[in-house]
Design a protein around this ligand. Structure first.
Ligand code: NDP
Length: 282
């Protein structure tokens, strides 16, 4: 049996319709568009593409974008000064600093300077902490998108075994917290986990965010599982997930493709967070 595809593009365009409506409602109520600032420092080609995609997505949903391009030679202090200017700008509701920052810049210090109220990436310790405590917050975008993808399958999360492979601050840890909040029994695996397969075979819901091309094979997947492949690995000019799609789809009930799964939802959740930040500030 072949798994049903979880179509991130389709879900994304549905969610973007809601965002468009909410952004227009905000504009009509407060007399200005919701604003998202993007800071790009340096010449990383992938970052340039990501930023371009985010700006296009803003335009399509009625969010005004503010773009700041800085040279590779920018210093930590200069970046923090710009972040503080944006923090104070009343026309800007959300701020994202595109990572990675140029070598020599203190990334942690720059991210710490972002106002938690405008931290639409959800990377600030205040937002990460509030997520953990179950308080209202701006949650990290990729994990939020993953939760929407899982929910779109109609599969109940509560009481299920959810296994997250990867424990990064931007994907693995926050998605584990979100699954726990939805009453799944959550296991987090990482590079020091012994017998990974034993854990993944128990997973009714399997989220993989490792960064190794086709790392999870079909025989590591429980029959009927929901499989979310976060991986984006470029090889021979193509994009590959962290899951070996062809063998996995024969075991899973639902699976995200790469590309076209988690990726489109990440930008959509960024826009959703921007609308949320604007409304929370009122
Ligand atoms: P990180 O490199 O920050 O984290 C990778 C995690 O995988 C670590 O926790 C690491 O464990 C774990 N890991 C590495 N090797 C193994 C192994 N052999 N067995 C088990 N676990 C292992 O990556 P990210 O979380 O930032 O990203 C993961 C992937 O998701 C990447 O391909 C990235 O490009 C993609 N991504 C996609 C996004 C999207 O929008 N689609 C957004 C963000 C990321 P340990 O902690 O022990 O080192």
């Amino acid at each position: 049996m072949s798994a049903t595809l979880i179509d991130g593009k389709k879900l994304s365009s549905l969610v973007r319709e809601d965002i468009k409506r909410d952004a227009l409602a905000y504009e009509q109520k407060y007399g200005r568009k919701i604003g998202l600032a993007v800071i790009l420092a340096g010449e990383n080609p992938a970052s340039k593409i990501y930023v371009r995609n985010k700006i296009v997505a803003c335009e399509e949903t009625g969010i005004r974008s503010f773009e700041y391009y800085l040279p590779e030679t920018v210093t930590t202090d200069q970046l923090i000064e710009l972040v503080e200017t944006v923090n104070a700008d009343e026309n800007i509701d959300g701020l994202l600093v595109q990572l990675p920052l140029p070598k020599g810049v203190d990334e942690k210090a720059v991210l710490k300077a972002v106002s938690p109220a405008k931290d639409v990436d959800g990377f600030h310790a205040v937002n990460a902490g509030n997520l953990l405590l179950g308080n209202p917050c701006l949650a990290a975008c990729t994990p939020s998108g993953i939760m929407e993808l899982i929910k779109s399958t109609g599969v109940q999360i509560a009481r299920k075994n959810a296994v997250v492979v990867g424990r990064s601050n931007i994907v693995g840890k926050p998605v584990a917290v979100m699954l726990l909040s939805e009453n799944a029994t959550v296991t987090v695996c990482h590079s020091k986990t012994t017998d990974l397969k034993k854990h993944t075979l128990e997973a009714d819901i399997l989220v993989v965010a490792v960064g190794i091309k086709e790392f999870i094979k079909g025989d590591m997947i429980k029959k009927g599982a929901v499989v979310i492949d976060v991986g984006m690995n470029r090889s021979d000019g193509k994009l590959y997930g962290d899951v070996e799609f062809d063998s996995a789809k024969e075991r899973a009930a639902f699976i995200t493709p790469v590309p076209g799964g988690v990726g489109p939802m990440t930008i959509t959740m960024l826009l959703k967070n921007t609308v949320k930040a604007a409304n929370l500030a009122k």
